[in-house]
Write a protein that binds this ligand. Structure first.
Ligand code: 3HC
Length: 280
């Protein structure tokens, strides 16, 4: 299969890594080549680590990297069988992109969005062929976490859903099919839960270190909630909270004031070098 990945930020680069490692020719598209190069550098770094750890041979790594090409032109995705979108979480931008992808790709190509909390149906409705639009929601870090939620929008065809599911399975993931409800499965639960954790910082008067110590040691989480929000990105988390709150209206879904403040100060987590923690 030839795969297109639109947006080579944290999630897009991770998805492109999954794709080239699974043996697919993959085109990574960004608005500027320098941003696409940054995505490729991340992939090179993690594949390099896999070689160091003996999980991958050098030849295998070189072949995987050789399958990745970069572009700034959407037209270079015209012969892809599957396109996965991982651009900014803005409905209008995604709808515009899908309208373009629908126009320029082959009729039998599957178009997937990695949206965290927007409606796949609303994105699909911007196209002439909503039956070929599905959600493929990966989890950060995409090369490491096995789950991919395969989201069936109102008019997704069974064939498109199955193609996305089979692709994820063949790439070594653990896909789960679900309906296009707000937050799908994991974010519907995880986002309000993380918001609770952030509110408890002030309510119980604990620092991020103690909160993370509590949830890793007391609830068995692989990483603490503050470290996790830093990994996901404060801006992404705030946006997903707002989207869920707008759709479902539960007060716990609204982003905590503390996170909104951090976002305003440019403390976006790992990617900006500072969130609850500092990163070099
Ligand atoms: N890309 C590729 N590989 C990565 C990576 C990345 N971004 N980040 C870490 N890894 C690899 C490391 O290289 C390491 O492999 P190695 O042993 O060969 O070096 C392996 O993953 C484990 O990493 P670490 O040893 O650094 O640390 P941990 O064992 O503590 O694992 C973790 C790190 C995988 C992030 C783990 O703590 C974890 O699973 N945390 C929970 C993450 C989570 O919940 N994510 C979901 C967020 S919600 C979401 O994404 C939805 C969205 O819509 C908001």
């Amino acid at each position: 299969m030839k795969v297109g990945v639109v947006g080579m930020g944290t999630m897009g680069a991770g998805i492109a890594q999954v794709s080239v490692t699974a043996g697919h020719e993959t085109v990574g598209r960004e608005v500027e080549l320098a941003l696409a190069e940054r995505g490729r550098a991340t992939i090179e770094r993690y594949l390099g680590r896999a070689v160091e750890k003996g999980r991958m041979g050098e030849g295998e790594r070189d072949q995987a990297l050789g399958r990745l090409s970069l572009t700034t032109s959407l037209d270079d995705l015209d012969d892809c069988d599957l396109v996965i979108e991982a651009i900014v979480e803005e409905l209008d931008a995604k709808r515009e992109l899908f309208r373009e992808l629908d126009r320029l790709t082959r009729g039998d190509a599957v178009l997937a969005t990695n949206t965290s909390a927007l409606s796949v149906t609303e994105i699909a409705e911007a196209t002439q062929h909503p039956e070929r639009v599905v959600g493929m929601h990966f989890f950060n870090p995409a090369p490491v976490l096995p789950l991919v939620e395969i989201v069936k929008a109102e008019r997704s065809s069974d064939d498109a859903v199955q193609t996305a599911y089979d692709w994820a399975m063949a790439a070594g993931k653990q896909p789960v099919k679900c309906n296009d409800t707000p937050g799908f499965i994991v974010n519907r639960i995880l986002i309000p839960l993380l918001n609770d954790c952030v509110r408890v910082l002030d309510e119980a008067s604990v620092g991020p270190e103690d909160m993370d110590k509590a949830m890793t040691n007391g609830a068995g989480w692989p990483m603490g909630p503050c470290a996790l929000v830093d990994l996901v990105g404060i801006d992404i988390h705030v946006h997903a909270s707002e989207a869920l709150h707008a759709k479902l209206g539960e007060p716990r879904m609204a982003p905590p004031e503390r996170l909104v403040q951090m976002q305003a100060e440019g403390k976006l987590g790992r990617k900006s070098g500072e969130g609850f923690y500092r990163y070099d």
